[in-house]
Write a protein that binds this ligand. Structure first.
Ligand SMILES: [Zn+2]
Length: 460
């Protein structure tokens, strides 16, 4: 079935598509705040009704938290595609930094083009509606959905997804498909369409070092008593060597070197590290020596100290020897690095550096391994070519320095490959005041999905 009339319809129906998106954006589906629970349910119901109008069998499924929207539709035979997005949004505080009501969306003209301004416009309502609008245009032109489809919209992504894993496990059979498409990411450097093929994992650890049984006076005890801040900072300072490598024993087990092809393709992206750093007032890369910026961001693991606490930090001065000092440390993980093993090795290293009279207590935070997508799945090259056609330039396989656990869950729970394609831009201000989504992103994203579905259906 031809995609051309579908693309023409997407173009001509853009104003109506924007109106529908703004309807959804008016629902304040803030998942983390119980006060908005009815609104989350309302957003789920809105999507259910919309999917039903496209011929889906759709329902909002109860969970201990907010509902999941699950829909099935489309003809048997050919590929079976699952599409994931989330309808919940981040809180809006600080409200006074918004130029308008975050839930009163508006299309605005800006020097950089037209934008839809509202909480959730980019993350993720605008993005998930690109897919829905592509399907709507397809159904209008061809009378049915392009292929067998499962839609899976979550309502707790912005609040830690507590119901996601149990729901996926309980409904594993129902959620089976040939591939999962996830639309919750961005373009590369605002202009190049991108498919994310690797995501870093994340491990968090908090440590508190205690020396004396109470805070001491530095005149009376200083010199004779151990200061836990001194111990803590010595340990933290030792976590990186002079070449920027991380010193936790066994840390690099399972860290792969990227292949020559991938390295060349990343080099070809022309990533401007001077601008990247310059935008935030920096000038020199601070990661492992001899690695280009994109490697440091996408394919190399990190150790970061995210916070330090101890002693007197108020106004004025206090000559205190504190009893305790603590720090929060996180690790971004790649390849097959094992988060639990790294946690153990980190703790052992800290213990080995403790002087007499000091004790350490650890508090674990999240631990998720890195994700790597299976680019040999034929859908990847099909989608890459379709995206390249829409944007008139080669779509890139890129990494992502952040962590998007859902991609890994599709693999580990449902044994399905996942493909991450998104149309957000770095300046969309997701999670911040004045969030926006470019009308162009919405429009081209919708067209891209139509092309991708057409290509996947044809090649199958
Ligand atoms: Zn999101």
């Amino acid at each position: 079935m031809s995609v051309t009339p579908v693309l023409d319809r997407i173009d001509s129906q853009l104003p109506e598509a924007l109106e529908r998106l703004m309807d959804l954006l008016r629902i304040p589906s803030i998942s983390t705040d119980p006060a908005f629970k009815p609104d989350c349910a309302r957003a789920a119901d809105w999507l259910v009704e919309d999917l039903k109008s496209l011929g889906f069998e759709a329902s909002a499924r109860e969970t201990p938290g907010h509902p999941m929207v699950v829909a099935h539709g489309g003809p048997e035979g050919g590929p079976h595609v699952l599409f994931y997005g989330h309808y919940d949004v981040q809180p809006v505080d600080p409200l006074e930094l918004w130029d308008r009501d975050p839930f009163d969306p508006e299309v605005q003209d800006t020097p950089k083009g037209r934008v839809i301004r509202a909480r959730g416009s980019s993350d993720d309502k605008g993005q998930l509606m690109t897919f829905v609008e592509a399907l709507r245009a397809w159904v209008a032109e061809h009378g049915s959905l392009p292929c067998k489809l499962t839609i899976f919209f979550e309502g707790e992504e912005e609040s830690g997804s507590p119901s996601l894993i149990p729901f996926m496990k309980e409904n594993a059979e129902e959620l089976q498909a040939d591939i999962a498409l996830i639309c919750d990411t961005g373009l590369f450097a605002d202009t190049v369409p991108a498919i994310i093929t690797q995501l870093r994992g994340l491990l968090g650890e908090e440590l508190t070092i205690t020396a004396a049984s109470k805070d001491l006076h530095s005149g009376m005890y200083g010199g004779a008593a151990m200061n836990p801040i001194r111990v803590l900072t010595r340990i933290l300072a030792s976590l990186h060597d002079d070449e920027g490598r991380i010193t936790v024993p066994g840390f690099y087990d399972g860290v792969p070197e990227i292949g020559d092809n991938l390295k060349k393709s990343w080099e070809a992206l022309g990533f401007d590290e001077k601008t990247f750093l310059g935008d935030v007032g920096l000038s020199e890369l601070a990661g492992e020596e001899g690695r280009m910026a994109l490697e440091q961001l996408w394919s190399r693991p990190t150790c970061e100290i995210n916070g330090i606490k101890g002693g007197y930090t108020g106004d004025g001065f206090k000559t205190v020897l504190p009893s305790k000092a603590s720090a929060k440390v996180s690790f971004r993980l790649v390849g097959d690095q094992d988060p639990q093993a790294i946690r153990e090795n980190f703790r052992a290293l800290v213990r080995s550096m403790l002087p007499p009279d000091c004790e350490v207590e650890f508090h674990p935070h999240g631990a998720g391994p890195a994700g790597h997508m299976n680019t040999s799945h034929p859908a990847f090259e099909t989608a890459r070519l379709a995206l390249s056609e829409e944007y008139g330039r080669d779509a890139a396989y890129v990494g992502c320095g952040g962590s998007i656990p859902i991609a890994g869950y599709f693999k580990s729970i449902l044994d399905m490959d996942a493909m991450l394609i998104g149309f957000g831009k770095d300046d969309d201000a997701i999670h911040s005041p004045n969030e926006k989504y470019d009308v162009e992103s919405f429009h081209k994203g919708t067209r891209s999905w139509a092309r991708i579905l057409a290509a996947m259906t044809e090649t199958n």
